[in-house]
Design a protein around this ligand. Sequence first.
Ligand code: HMG
Ligand code: MG
Length: 296
Amino acid sequence: MTAVRIIEVGPRDGLQNEKQVVTTATKLGLIERLAAAGVRHIEATSFVSPKWVPQMADHAEIMAGLPKLPGVHYPVLAPNMKGYEGAVAAGAKEVAVFAAASESFSQKNINCSIAESIARFEPIFAAARGDGVQVRGYISCVIGCPYEGPVAPAAVADVAQRLLELGSYEISLGDTIGTGTPATVLRMLEAVAAKVPTGQLAGHYHDTYGMGVANVHASYQFGLRVFDSSIAGLGGCPYAKGATGNVATEDVLYLLQGLGAETGIDLDKLVDAGAWISEALGRPTQSRVARALLAK
Ligand code: HMG
Ligand code: MG
């Protein structure tokens, strides 16, 4: 059976833009339910500036309250050395740095150019090597940018190559505004795969245009075996107006099960976790699969 790794990003990407206060206990309740459903990689929080993203200000409390379960990994985001040091002090063993393939998005999201962001990451990679911390590299706007429009596949490939050279164990390709279709995603993947082995690429697709599952499928056929997704389709990006959450984890799991791939995740328990957080947030799930199964 083909093994696929799902990185659940709901507690971070899904909740970072949530306007209402989500308590630390609710976030931890979600993480516990995800782990109980068999999710092994849960992006727990981000060590970014609380002035920029207030919802992630409880990062240290989240780290302190994480269920310690064998085989469950909790990567966190770190944009600079301050974030890295905070994350490691709080017990993080995996961090993710995040760059963009478009200059305007880089400025809006992390207040610096792409080249400056890479320079900020260098000391993180150097420290991580000494600390035995694994570093993942994210690229935003791999298909389109909310400020600049379509993004050239070559621009994505260049940033991916830099992040690989710095020492990323994996590069996650983010269609931040969800405008990608299988055709544009495959063009982008072809360009990136010329610089980075396919086995080190992950698909991170937002579902704004309803293309998330189609893009996961196209990427799977291309050879990708790692996908980021968000429980109940939670989320939206503070620096990309109108963007919705990642493709729902329930929907990705249903697709992968249909393809005969193995993820180790129990769909019924996952749907329960999604129903629980949707209820806590007071809004309907964005997952089509969850809606169908809950209506049964
Ligand atoms: P800046 O204002 O340029 O930072 O922000 P600075 O270095 O000039 O410092 C200004 C102040 O921020 C200082 O405090 C620093 O100590 C503090 P002051 O002296 O004024 O009291 N500071 C920090 N505080 C906490 N944690 C830190 C940190 N760094 C500096 N790590 C910065 C630059 C990168 C910090 C800011 O722009 C930021 O936090 N941005 C984060 C934005 C973000 O989280 N976006 C969402 C995540 S990315 C995403 O969702 C895309 C993804 O899902 C893939 C996809 O879908 O595309 C990954
Ligand atoms: Mg995202």
